[in-house]
Design a binder for this molecule. Structure first.
Ligand SMILES: Cc1ncc(COP(=O)(O)O)c(C=O)c1O
Length: 395
């Protein structure tokens, strides 16, 4: 174990089971550890490094902004914030933006916005319906929203006002809706919870139900947004428009940022009702603008669609060869590979030994969320390593 890893145990809270390498540098789709070993990165900073590591367009924008204005109080107008909001609105179905610093904070704010809407328009309704297996972040309220007991149990009692119902069941959403309900909050594809894809009609039917009841639909596109699933936003493939949408992860290529977007009718905050010191900070917004502009100008979502298909096809070939592969699922470059037994950690380590970083999604499943700029060659390289790693597990 290197000194950094010993020091980590001495000085940092023990909140994550780390993989035993210390990353010191990244470029494009590759990272290097402190011993100079190179890895092909199919974790991508947990679906953040969409343009790869240290993308030149983002470096340029951040360098310019660093030399111009890093932070200003939100009492004042700042230009990068307005430019990024304009670009988001021009390219989505939403009308207004609020910037914050992370995904959990964006979702927390989205829930506040929906509660505000409920107070003003729904006789004070405040409850949010979410689904089992979802993941919405780590603040106390988002732990309550996240329908997974392993995240909730250590912290009970949780804030009230959240109802977790069965996933992919419109009937359970209907059954949970009362006159206290102000919104339904969903991920278009459940990411952290297992790369779980709903039935084709699920989102559209939930949308119809929300319209019928006059309640809001919040889509958490923190993991699925910004090209990850093959369109700029996942809702575009599902035939629905959310009233509120949240973004974070890939929005600024790794500079922390989060965003709440809302349709005009749901954009009900008034001055002082919500805020953030760093939210909308010029540096993060300059990085966000450069990232989003690149995604749009280079048709990165189109690349994701084709490379994503290529990846799934390659995984299906591995599925023919290794009988213990029981499922391959995903959208775009958010893909899971499931096994019949709990070998995921062993596969992660076997890939690591061979120079590939992959994420253990569950004890029996891996998740791939590489940079969105990868090509078929990198997929071939990853598949060859995975093939060798899986062979080593069976032998
Ligand atoms: C769908 C979704 N929502 C919210 C979050 C929380 O984001 P953050 O870790 O930036 O708070 C995540 C993180 O994985 C996520 O995948």
């Amino acid at each position: 174990m290197s000194n950094w890893q010993e020091l980590e145990q001495q000085y940092l809270m023990n909140t994550v089971e780390r993989i035993p390498i210390t990353l010191v540098r990244g470029q494009g789709v590759r990272v290097w550890d402190e011993d100079g070993r190179e890895y092909l990165d199919f974790v991508g900073g947990w679906a953040v490094n969409s343009l790869g590591h240290c993308p030149p367009v983002v470096i340029k924008a951040v360098e310019e902004q660093l030399n111009t204005l890093i932070q200003a109080s939100n009492q004042f107008y700042t230009i990068p914030q307005v430019r990024l909001a304009e670009l988001l609105v021009q390219n989505s179905c939403l009308d207004k933006v609020f910037f914050c610093n992370s995904g959990a904070e964006a979702n927390d704010g989205a829930v506040k916005l929906a509660r505000r809407y409920g107070k003003l328009n729904l006789n004070g309704a405040y409850e949010i319906v979410t689904t089992m297996g979802s993941f919405h972040g780590r603040t106390l309220a988002m732990v309550a929203a996240t329908g997974q007991s392993k995240f909730q149990q250590p912290y009970v009692p949780l804030p009230n006002g959240f109802v977790n119902v069965e996933y992919n069941s419109v009937e359970s959403i209907k059954a949970a809706t009362t006159n206290q309900t102000c919104a339904v909050m969903l991920e278009p594809v459940q990411g952290e919870g297992g790369v779980n894809l709903p039935d084709d009609s699920y989102l559209a039917t939930v949308r119809e139900w929300c319209d019928r009841m006059g309640i809001l639909l919040i889509l958490d596109e923190i993991q699925t947004g910004l090209g990850r699933t093959g369109t700029l936003f996942a809702y575009q493939q599902l035939g629905v428009e959310p009233d509120i949408m949240t973004l974070a992860k890939g929005l600024a290529s790794g500079i922390p940022i989060g965003a709440i977007l809302a349709k005009d009718r749901a954009s009900v905050f008034t001055p002082g009702e919500h805020g953030s010191t760093f939210g909308g900070n010029p540096l993060a917004c300059a990085a966000g603008y450069a990232t989003l502009k690149f995604i749009l100008d280079q048709n990165i979502a189109g690349n994701v669609m084709s490379v994503g298909h290529y990846l799934i096809t390659g995984l299906e070939s591995l599925g023919q060869k290794f009988q213990f592969i029981t499922d391959i699922r995903g959208r775009g470059l958010l893909v899971a590979l499931e096994f019949s037994s709990d070998i995921a950690q062993a596969v992660v380590m076997a890939c690591l030994d061979r120079g590939l970083l992959v994420n253990r999604l569950k004890t029996n499943a891996l998740r791939f969320m590489p940079p969105l700029i990868i090509g078929n060659e990198e997929v071939d390289e990853a598949l060859a390593i995975l093939n060798a790693a899986l062979s080593s597990i069976t032998n």
